[in-house]
Design a protein around this ligand. Structure first.
Ligand SMILES: Cc1cc2nc3c(=O)[nH]c(=O)nc-3n(C[C@H](O)[C@H](O)[C@H](O)COP(=O)(O)O)c2cc1C
Length: 177
């Protein structure tokens, strides 16, 4: 029986194509999963959106609701942002909330919802000073950052490497005990 709600929020990096298996594994671990995508990630997964809606049992969201519309997701017990692009990490740290998933996690800091983020960036993005600055901001605001030895290690540009989804799910399992 599922008793805990996980918001799985994904941005547009290649591991997003593995999200159906990740949802299934999270459900196996007892999570009720609500899937949110950045507009670019939703575009990449366009052909899978109805299947992902059926799998999660909730609408897959990539846009803010309109004023007056009711909330379609239950409240989150934890949030996992993965894969998190360079763009999404920086927007979150700076508080630039024009995209739905960034708005959710920006507010969730103030709501004190347990959160983890696992970036997906290559070693060229990783050398841009904004990345370390943003990740430190997120850590300082209480977000568990899965990067480096304890999470995702940047790959060389163009190199394909397995994305450590199990570490990300282990982390949110730990966050809610
Ligand atoms: C094939 C492909 C792979 C990409 N891989 C990554 C990646 O691993 N990490 C990243 O930060 N951006 C990657 N990008 C760039 C992002 O998709 C792009 O910056 C996008 O605007 C991110 O938007 P979002 O953060 O709203 O999802 C990739 C783009 C393409 C076309």
């Amino acid at each position: 029986m599922t008793t805990r709600t996980l918001y799985l929020l994904c941005s547009a990096a290649p591991p997003v194509f593995e999200v159906a298996g990740v949802v299934a594994e999270a459900q196996r671990r007892g999570w009720d999963v609500c899937l949110g995508l950045t507009p670019t990630a939703a575009d990449w997964l366009e052909d899978s959106l109805s299947g992902l809606t059926a799998l999660t049992g909730h609408p897959v969201r990539s846009r803010y609701k309109r004023p007056g519309d009711s909330d379609v997701w239950p409240k989150a017990d934890a949030i996992l942002v993965a894969p998190a692009t360079f763009n999404t990490v920086n927007a979150w740290a700076l508080g630039l909330t024009d995209r739905f998933v960034v708005g959710v996690v920006a507010e969730a800091i103030g709501k004190e919802i347990p959160m983890a983020v696992m970036p997906c960036v290559n070693s060229a993005y990783a050398r841009h000073r904004a990345l370390d600055r943003s990740l430190q901001e997120l850590r300082d605001m209480g977000v568990e950052v899965l990067y480096g030895e304890s999470g995702f290690e940047p790959n060389a540009p163009g190199e394909k490497r397995p994305y450590p989804w199990a570490l990300a799910l282990d982390s949110v399992d730990r966050l809610v005990g």
